[in-house]
Design a protein around this ligand. Sequence first.
Ligand SMILES: N[C@@H](CCC[C@H](N)C(=O)O)C(=O)O
Length: 299
Amino acid sequence: MSPGPEGALRFVKGHGTQNDFVVIADPDADLALGTELVAALCDRQRGIGADGLLRVARSGALVSRGVLDALPDGVSPDDWFMDYRNGDGSVAEMCGNGVRVFAHFVRATGLVDTDTFPVGSRAGARPVTIHSFDDVHAEVTVEMGVARLDGSYTVRIGDDIYPGARVDVGNPHLACVVAEMTADDLAAVDFTAGVTIDSAAFPHGANVELLTPPKEDADGGLTARMRVFERGVGETRSCGTGLVAAARAALHGRGADSGTLRIGIPGGEVTVTIAPDGSTLRGPSMLVADGVLRPGWDR
Ligand SMILES: N[C@@H](CCC[C@H](N)C(=O)O)C(=O)O
């Protein structure tokens, strides 16, 4: 898939647990993806509408075009690179749900013909395993790297203050495991009342997660529920890096540096496994629609 005749642009719409993306294949990085263009494409009234945009390009082409200064850690020039943008047009280092959708897209369109391969991101290479896929559905595990705890901070949401942990998953998070919070309490939190973090502690902003304390289910597994307010987007129905950050913080609160959590978010459920030397995120991807932007759509 590539830009079509007379400026027509093909896209696919996909989501990972309802964190939704416009996916554009641009192997040679020909498109000038400016902030305004991305924001317009992701706008739910004047564009296609999405939480973010995934450009599918060869890593080496992004360096040649000056989109990337250099290849990130572990990324080779021929690797497919997820050039991720938030819905407001800003660039982010990583997107966990985005990697699942990206991997599904390159596998289902035949750009890749194996079930394990690396996906390039600004945070470094993120190896993936495709457990199953067809043109619409896939189940994908992403190796998300080490989730690093980095101090305690708070967030104000409306009139309420929540303590949390700063966690680096390649992008910045403030993960708040809220003592005694039930799923109903979590559902009642009003992000529209305003979400304020300490800008000195988070000079580049942060994604904010609220998580209920993990509980043991009938099988002895740990489960929790989460909501997220994303940098560059607002509340989304899921955030892969946020789920890893929240799982890391929750296990740490239980005195553990490894373990597995099933976490429910408004858009579905994923499984996160944390270990001292890395973490994984397993969940679904859906490719929902193919489309073509009409020339002049943005004027
Ligand atoms: N939804 C994503 C995270 C996208 C980037 C984030 N908003 C940021 O600015 O860091 C995910 O699934 O991880």
